[in-house]
Design a protein around this ligand. Structure first.
Ligand code: GDP
Ligand code: MG
Length: 455
């Protein structure tokens, strides 16, 4: 068994475990912790919970969804027929033969993964904003996009391609009707797209597709007139339909199914799971905002007092850390988000790093004032009331800083909890990162790395 395949297998299994864990977490009473069930919350996160279940179902079905996109009459339906080797969907020169989405099952028998081919109406048949919405929705549910063009690429096509790229799904540019355009090759198509890129942005943009992602086909070549010579010497002519030239696309799809099918399934399910979980966290945090503020203040006061009263600097730091971790866990509990102590620790480190100056200030002042405070404390045990005043002053200043830092940590923690709930051991963000950092360069997933890792 190749390394690739066994990796894919692992990703697939991990993705399933991740989704199951998320569903059981958010679907169960634990979502509410010790707080009474919140109907408003249940209603608002219902859709996100459903997305998690749908994503898991898709994984279980082991079906990759491949959607066609393109202008009307570029040959989307013909390509689907050529792949299926039957006239499964209607095609035609008239505008708008395909009116709605059609999903067709296809099992090419190259792996245990099946395909759902989606035939769509032309992008130019739907006006402006509705087109973008439709395209986004279809793309979101797809694992692979076939963007079909025929002839010169138009501005509308270029823009649709740009829009589709934001869906972060792998994409193949299928150039159809090569029987009509024998002079076209990958390089000319690539150059044309680069020209659009340059006009669009001054050439700063990454290529919208690489030459490897361009495939040339003739799904339904024009009929040709053939002259038939009979044995008696008489001749007649007849129209003959040449075979589709679709092998290049077939091989590309087979390769993807065999090599990356499971990773692709895992990756897309995880992306959906991540988005759903971030949504759940965001909505929960918004609903529990008031109570969270109370908790943050409570911990800020507690820490301010603890630090001010405590004469030993290292205990200040340790006590501060314990209070911060406890606060992060308390917030996690309030929101019903899965936060382990380990994750709380990680979160705390990230918060310290991200709030840089301010919290470093606290630590520095802990050091400086702490020394003064301990010294002053010792002296004051024996002597003057002046020394005691100094102690009281440094202590309360330090306490105030400590309390304030907790306030900051509490607020930053809210932001991190929103994102951080997907970073646990089996969290979708963790697994996405793992898949993307191990992916090989010559794969279709590889190009998603930058976009997906940035999130
Ligand atoms: N010459 C040529 N015509 C094609 C090819 N593929 C499709 N067509 C024709 O283009 C027209 C539109 O095809 P269709 O598949 O309905 O396009 P759709 O609107 O994108 O689904 C039909 O008349 C097809 O016969 C091809 O490879 N070569
Ligand atoms: Mg069609």
């Amino acid at each position: 068994m190749s390394k690739n395949f066994s990796n894919s297998e692992t990703y697939y299994n991990q993705a399933r475990a991740s989704l199951q864990q998320a569903i059981s977490w958010y679907g169960s009473f634990r979502r509410h912790g010790k707080y009474s069930p919140d109907e408003r919350l249940q209603v608002t996160v219902k859709q996100d919970l459903q997305s998690l279940k749908t994503a898991l179902n898709k994984l279980d079905n082991k079906a990759i969804r491949i959607s066609t996109f393109g202008l009307v009459s570029c040959g989307k339906s013909s390509i689907i027929n050529a792949l299926l080797k039957e006239e499964a969907v209607a095609t035609g020169a008239l505008h708008g033969v395909t009116q709605s989405l059609t999903v067709l099952r296809w099992n090419p028998h190259v792996s245990d993964i099946e395909v759902e081919l989606v035939d769509t109406p032309g992008l130019d048949e739907i006006a402006g904003e509705a087109r973008a919405v439709m395209a986004r929705e279809i793309a979101q549910k797809s694992d692979l996009i076939l963007f079909v063009v025929a002839g010169d690429i138009t501005r509308t096509e270029y823009q649709a391609l740009r829009e589709l790229r934001t869906s972060q799904k792998p994409l193949i540019l299928v150039f159809n009707k090569i029987d009509l355009y024998p002079n076209k090759d990958r390089q000319t198509i690539y150059n044309q797209l680069q020209k659009f890129n340059a006009a669009y942005s001054g050439g700063e943009l990454e290529p919208i597709v690489t030459t490897r992602e361009i495939v040339m086909v003739a799904a339904k070549p024009r009929a040709i007139l053939v002259r038939v010579e009979a044995a008696d010497g008489s001749t007649s002519t007849s129209w003959e339909q040449p075979e589709p030239q679709i092998a290049e696309l077939e091989e590309t799809i087979y390769g993807i199914l065999q090599k990356e099918g499971r990773s692709l399934l895992a990756l897309n399910a995880l992306v959906e799971a991540r988005d759903a979980q971030v949504n759940i966290a965001r909505k929960t945090i918004a609903l529990r905002q008031e109570r969270a503020r109370e908790i943050i203040w409570q911990y800020a006061r507690y820490k301010a007092i603890a630090v001010a009263v405590n004469p030993v600097v290292l205990l200040d730091l340790a006590g501060g850390l314990v209070a911060d971790l406890a606060l992060i866990r308390a917030l996690g509990k309030l929101y019903g988000l899965p936060i382990t102590t380990y994750e709380a620790g990680n979160l705390w480190r990230k918060i310290i790093a991200s709030s840089g100056g301010l919290l470093l200030g606290e630590i520095a002042s802990n050091m400086l004032l702490g020394v003064g405070k301990s010294g002053a404390a010792v002296t004051s045990m024996f002597e003057s009331s002046g020394a005691f005043t100094a102690y009281a002053f440094t202590a309360s200043a330090q306490g105030a800083i400590a309390g304030y830092s907790t306030f900051v940590i509490g607020n930053v923690a809210q932001v991190y909890l929103e994102r951080g709930c997907t970073w646990g051991d089996l969290g979708p963000s963790t697994l996405i990162r793992q898949i993307l950092t191990q992916v090989e360069p010559n794969t279709i997933i590889y190009r998603l790395r930058q976009e997906l890792l940035a999130q």
